[in-house]
Design a protein around this ligand. Structure first.
Ligand SMILES: *Cc1c(COP(=O)(O)O)cnc(C)c1O
Length: 578
């Protein structure tokens, strides 16, 4: 059993695999929510003394740097960084086979220190080793770059290389391999290879299944099909070699001659979960027959709380860092102190907006924030369905200003077009409604934005938002959400108490026309009038966002749920496929 408290160093028993991990704004080793969640999870493990290690790839050339021209055209350049500056290269080397060649893998260590000094190591795998071929040396360069062959080879390094590296580093007490998304699912093949090979391959696979399941936990993160990696069987045979290719074909994780990494992870895990209650439901309907649970995401409170609120909480509820449940007692913080801390957070954001975009926004104007990966289902432009409504609000003495941020994946043309549409809408509204789009959305900007705006907006197309976490960062800082009822907001929303919903139809799918109407009505008739005319009522909502949502949607609670439900679980799945 794992005890979630205590600072003594015990052997690593949970290995947490993630294609991306966000630890430091200066380390561009993440693209968005998945990496941020992984970083928060590992930070929580350090705080709670859970004996855990993280495994990821180095991403020497980072995700990318984003430049936006006057029309909102995104240009990308490599985000070069110096691992030596942040990480320590370890002497251990392991070797994986890719296309029948040995590929050497080394690891760099980053150490997260928790509140009581507990250390959680994070290993960044690296193939830039002279003895590797030039192509193999690039395998740990680009996060989500390259073609299917490149991606599959990366996943060999992450899954199989990661497992071998843990052993080479002496972590032989690992009881649970936690796959954060399917990218690392090939690690089950590493475990499979451990088991004796004899008899017909199919029988061996069946017999091994139970033993592998005893060791694996899987978290699925998206109901969007593109988020589930798939590789054609021929490519799998080519990259992994005939023996492993054969094993996969026999494992029933290959459907229609395609290896779906999600099925591989689902099949071989003793415990599987989605990242919010609704997402668990959606995942069960996507993968019928698999026992899929839900553990709702959370954010690392000390990391995501802006300094003005850190100081306020330290004064009023000093236990909050160690035990985030104490944020519940924010209910007794005087409203004036909440208002004061928020005003300071807003001042810091507006100062940064001016530095980055030369636009001076007004500290007394209702400020809406929207920032996340720019991709069509997030519908960053829903707010501009009817720009005249926004102008009308300004004329009626209820002005708005809006701050955007977010990168589009280099190959996501829909996402890039979305950014251009925001720029066009901003030009159209100039003079009436100031709209700024900040480039290079990252950990640092996310913290400034989530804390510094007055309302955090989220407009995903239902049911595609698995969880969403930036609204949780906002709540910790007393910033209420105005959001579609999807993902975490179904659980965090209490109308007029923690924020507001956009449309409250129970349907699990979106109607953009109805939702845009609802969005405008809430802004014009509920939120802006309260913001301008009843500041104390508004501050009460800010305070409830902290007390009700900050106290629950945090990584402290999330990790404890993983310990109780996933890491301490035993395999009781029947051997035959579900
Ligand atoms: C929190 C965060 C995200 C995820 O935000 P969502 O609300 O889940 O879309 C993405 N990128 C960065 C830099 C973040 O800090």
């Amino acid at each position: 059993m794992i005890e979630p408290t205590g600072a003594s160093e015990r052997p690593i028993s949970v290995a947490y695999f993630s294609m991306e991990v966000a630890l430091d704004p200066a380390m561009p080793t993440y693209s968005g929510g998945l990496g941020v969640l992984a970083g928060d999870m590992l930070r929580a493990a350090a705080d709670l003394g859970v004996p855990m290690a993280g495994i990821t790839l180095l991403h020497r050339k980072g995700y990318f740097r984003q430049e936006l021209d006057a029309e909102g055209q995104q240009r990308e350049s490599p985000a070069l960084w110096s691992p030596e500056q942040f990480l320590t290269l370890l002497p251990a080397r392991v070797s994986v086979r890719i296309e029948d060649r040995p590929v050497a893998v080394q690891a760099w260590q980053y150490t997260i220190r928790g509140l009581n000094g507990h250390a959680v190591p994070v290993y960044f795998l690296d193939t830039a080793i002279d003895s590797n071929s030039p192509w193999d040396q690039t395998l740990t360069d680009h996060l989500y770059g390259g073609d299917a062959r490149y991606r599959l080879a990366q996943e060999v390094v992450l899954g199989i290389g990661g497992m071998l590296m843990l052993r080479a580093l002496g972590h032989d007490a690992v009881r649970t391999y936690h796959m954060n998304e399917g990218h690392s699912a090939l690690l089950v093949l590493g475990l499979l290879r451990d088991l004796a090979w004899s008899g017909g391959l199919k029988d061996v696979v069946r017999a091994a299944t139970d033993r592998i399941r005893q060791q694996c936990v899987f978290t699925t993160h998206t109901p969007v099909p593109a988020g589930h990696d798939q590789f054609p069987e021929e490519l799998v045979r080519q990259v992994l070699g005939p023996a492993l290719g054969e094993a996969i074909a026999a494992s029933e994780c290959c459907l229609q001659r395609t290896l779906n990494m999600t099925y591989l992870a689902l099949y071989f895990s003793r415990y599987v979960n989605g990242v919010a209650m609704r997402h668990g439901e959606i995942s069960r309907s996507m993968f019928p027959g698999y026992p899929i649970n839900s553990i709702t995401n959370g954010v690392h409170a000390p990391t995501w709380t802006t300094e003005p609120f850190q100081q306020l909480f330290d004064r009023r509820i000093p236990e909050w860092r160690r035990d985030n449940l104490y944020l519940r007692y924010a209910v007794s913080i005087p409203l004036a102190e909440i208002q004061h801390a928020h005003q300071e957070a807003k001042r810091r954001l507006l100062e940064e907006v001016e530095r980055l975009s030369q636009v001076r926004l007004d500290p007394h104007t209702l400020t809406i924030g929207f920032a996340r990966r720019a991709t069509p289902y997030k519908r960053a432009d829903l707010l501009f369905t009817d720009p005249e409504r926004l102008r009308r609000m300004a004329r009626r003495g209820l002005p708005l200003q809006i701050i955007y941020g977010g990168k589009a994946h280099p190959k996501d043309e829909g996402g890039k077009a979305l950014i251009r549409r925001i720029f066009a809408a901003a030009a159209n509204l100039r003079g009436d409604v100031p709209v700024v789009y900040l480039p290079e959305y990252d950990l640092r900007l996310a913290k400034l934005m989530c804390a510094g705006v007055d309302v955090w907006l989220n407009t995903p197309q239902k049911p595609q938002e698995a969880s969403g976490t930036s609204g949780m960062k906002a709540a910790l800082n007393g910033v209420p959400s105005l959001s579609i009822l999807d993902g975490w907001w179904i659980e965090g929303h209490q109308e007029g108490v923690t924020g507001w919903s956009i449309d409250d139809a129970p349907e699990a799918t979106s109607d953009a026309t109805v939702e845009a109407q609802s969005l405008y009505n809430k802004l014009e008739f509920v939120i802006a009038p309260m913001f301008y005319r009843q500041p104390l009522a508004f501050a009460q909502i800010c305070r409830s966002a902290i007390a009700l949502n900050g106290s629950f949607f945090n990584a402290n609670r999330m990790l404890q749920q993983y310990v109780q439900n996933a890491y301490n679980s035993r395999n009781n799945r029947p051997l035959t496929p579900a």
